[in-house]
Design a binder for this molecule. Sequence first.
Ligand code: ADE
Length: 249
Amino acid sequence: TNTIGILGAIPQEVNGIITQLRDKTERKIGNRTYYEGYINNQKVVIVYSRIGKVAAAATVATLLLEFKVDRIAFIGVAGGIHPNVKVGDVVVAKDLVQYDMDASPLRPKFEIPLLGKTYFDTDTHWSKETCKHIENMFGLENLHQLITPSELAKFNITKPTVHYGTIASGDQFFSTSEQKNNLQSQLPEVLCVEMEGAAVAQVCFEFGVPFIVIRTISDNANEEASFSFQSFVEEVSLVYGQEIINKMF
Ligand code: ADE
């Protein structure tokens, strides 16, 4: 009756979840593989979109039109922008903005032309429930069972925090302080940056489908970002994804 579409951008963001699927079947459409099955009796369809707004938008449209999913959850990693947001923290999106949309002077910078919107809201109830689930996952000192002490030390993770706020998306990997400072000065409320969330948000808004975006911070969106990102997605993000989705249903 009720099916949830779960997507990430890269295999490491969803593989931990796919291995948990019961009665798993797969279907290939448009260069992507969609895995259908059950997690704790919840029917889900899981897919990785590949990186970027176009890839994410096409994947969401397929989940909606071919798989008729009722809701969408995006799960993955992001670069920390706000000074309070640390590697190992989780950001649950309140709303999302495409920082690389600029049709000025026709329309205000960041506004999606003809749609007349800049920020896309996630489902408030579902997002807040998700924050609670993740806080429980951290609160139980459960983290030490999920992630080895050496991994926690390597990423300097002590007490991870859950944040609820604005996420910015665009087709750029942030690897310089200049990129980071530029975004911070234009959109100071932004907690983290990634490359898909606001595209997912726009498509879900246009179809009237509730959605959430959950991002674990893999790096600080600066000169060390590519090193931190790569080791984080290889070693940690799989565990976070698996645990978050498992607690959700
Ligand atoms: N996703 C994870 N880290 C990122 C970064 N530094 N820039 C853009 N997307 C990201």
